[in-house]
Write a protein that binds this ligand. Structure first.
Ligand SMILES: Cc1cc2nc3c(=O)[nH]c(=O)nc-3n(C[C@H](O)[C@H](O)[C@H](O)COP(=O)(O)OP(=O)(O)OC[C@H]3O[C@@H](n4cnc5c(N)ncnc54)[C@H](O)[C@@H]3O)c2cc1C
Length: 423
């Protein structure tokens, strides 16, 4: 079957792009998974994600069951709380991502798009005027533009088409269930982000609290999957700091292990091909925020390809450069923030804990810093993201350095100075 556009991957990047472009091009969306078996995913959806979805979705309580009112950047002794009541509006909502994806796919089909799951793309053949896509069930499709929105699960495939691949990491999480009152009694924040060097040197332990469910997990060092599972069990069963939050709740028997990629690849387009979201390494390297990057890359892909379609352009490499240029322009400052924070925390070696605790103390003590963090949740749209103000991150760095114990302040000053150059 012939299509103008084929998108591989119906995660947030692919499903969102499919919805935006289907009005302008005959579009096929493929996914390797059985979509009815997609695992639960409870995620934080800050206001800075909101402008990339439709108002009707945002208002849908099945997809977005509650507002995100409070975050705890939890330290060893002092918690850095961002409480929306201090500043006004909530921080965003909590999304049940698997339900949002179902809704986006349903809407895409209503608009005339064709969706097929259980179709793993295993081979791509390139011809002068089209691409041929072959799936594991022997189906063949052709298109003028192919979009990789494959997350971290088809890096070999994108490599085979000449793209670089981002760096791979791995995370694990599981869900707990209980009634809403019990969840709120246990934990009064929607998002808990905690650095503990014994858990991971590469990422946080997190808890995301929805209405009658919460997920708990961590983004780990690259240990084997079995070890990850044992570590999660160990944390859940023995880590005193988090036990009150899950007390009396029922745990899902199965934990979900998922790869995550970060550090953007050099080029996001080639002749007749684009890469979106996590497959392109568009995930913030400190917070591992991939939903925003998926949504924004889908938005940029939609306005750049729409104008090419309107001008009867054949998706040559030069014309698709617009997508690369826009991705770089929009994310430049925002990713500096991620890189600076990644350097400060995940490259600090044995000082990681000390620096994290200084951060949570700075948040606790400093209203200006709390406001800056609150405002980062509120970034309105693409232009605001493009103009992201990195001087605020330098301010955070200064506060962290100032709040370190005296001797560490002296020894770590050059380290903080280096991070300043990243920003
Ligand atoms: C443990 C963990 C916690 C996270 N928490 C957060 C969070 O709280 N907030 C946040 O913003 N981000 C979070 N992230 C990151 C975020 O979830 C992802 O970066 C984002 O969802 C990626 O979206 P995507 O559409 O680019 O890729 P994916 O969601 O990975 O979608 C890719 C799709 O492509 C399909 N696919 C792959 N290969 C093929 C193929 N060959 N043929 C057909 N289909 C294929 C897959 O089946 C999949 O459905 C987390 C990640 C992990 C691992």
């Amino acid at each position: 079957m012939n299509f103008e556009i084929i998108i591989i991957g119906a995660g947030i990047s692919g499903a969102s792009f499919a919805n935006k472009i289907v009005k302008f091009a005959k579009t096929l969306l493929l996914d390797a998974q059985d979509i009815s078996q997609r695992p639960k995913s409870t995620n934080i959806f800050p206001f800075h994600n909101k402008s990339y979805i439709e108002e009707s979705e945002w208002a849908n309580e099945e997809l977005f069951p509650i507002y995100h009112l409070k975050t705890n950047y939890m330290g060893s002794t002092i918690n850095g709380i961002i409480n929306s009541e201090e500043f006004g509006r909530p921080l965003g909502k909590v999304v049940y991502l698997e339900k949002l994806l179902d809704r986006l796919i349903q809407k895409f089909e209503e608009k005339g798009g064709i969706f097929k799951d259980k179709q793993k793309v295993i081979k791509i053949n390139k011809y002068n005027d089209h691409l041929e896509i072959i799936t594991n069930s022997g189906q063949t499709y052709s298109c003028k533009l192919l979009v990789f929105a494959t997350g971290s699960r088809a890096l070999d495939l994108q490599r085979s088409m000449g793209f670089d691949t981002p760096d791979e990491y791995v995370g694990i999480y599981c869900h707990f269930h209980g009634d809403e009152d019990k969840l709120n009694e246990n934990l009064d924040v929607n998002y808990l982000f905690h650095i503990n060097i014994k858990i991971s040197r590469n990422g946080p332990l997190f808890i995301n609290k929805g209405k009658e469910r919460l997920s708990i997990g961590f983004l780990g060092d690259n240990q084997p999957i079995q070890e990850l599972g044992l570590k999660l069990d160990n944390i859940i069963n023995n880590y005193k700091k988090i036990q009150p939050f899950i007390e009396g709740l029922t745990r899902d028997s199965k934990a979900i292990v998922a790869k995550i990629s970060k550090h953007p690849i050099k080029s996001f387009s080639r002749e007749r091909m684009l890469v979106l979201g996590e497959a392109a390494g568009l995930v913030t390297p400190f917070f591992y925020e991939g939903i925003l990057c998926g949504l924004v890359s889908a938005e940029i892909a939609s306005y750049t390809t729409k104008s090419l379609i309107e001008n009867n352009c054949d998706f040559n490499q030069l014309s698709l450069r617009q997508y690369d240029n826009e991705i770089t322009r929009v994310f430049r400052n925002f990713f500096k923030n991620g890189k600076g924070s990644e350097y400060i925390f995940y490259n600090a070696g044995s000082n990681m804990q000390l620096i994290w605790d200084s951060y949570t103390k700075s948040i606790f003590k400093d209203k200006k810093l709390r406001r800056y963090i609150y405002e980062a949740y509120q970034i309105e749209d693409i232009e605001a993201l493009t103009n992201y103000d990195t001087s605020r991150d330098r301010y955070a760095g200064e506060r962290m350095l100032a709040n370190l114990p005296f001797l560490s302040k002296i020894s770590l000053a050059p380290f903080f100075l280096k991070a300043r150059f990243i920003l």
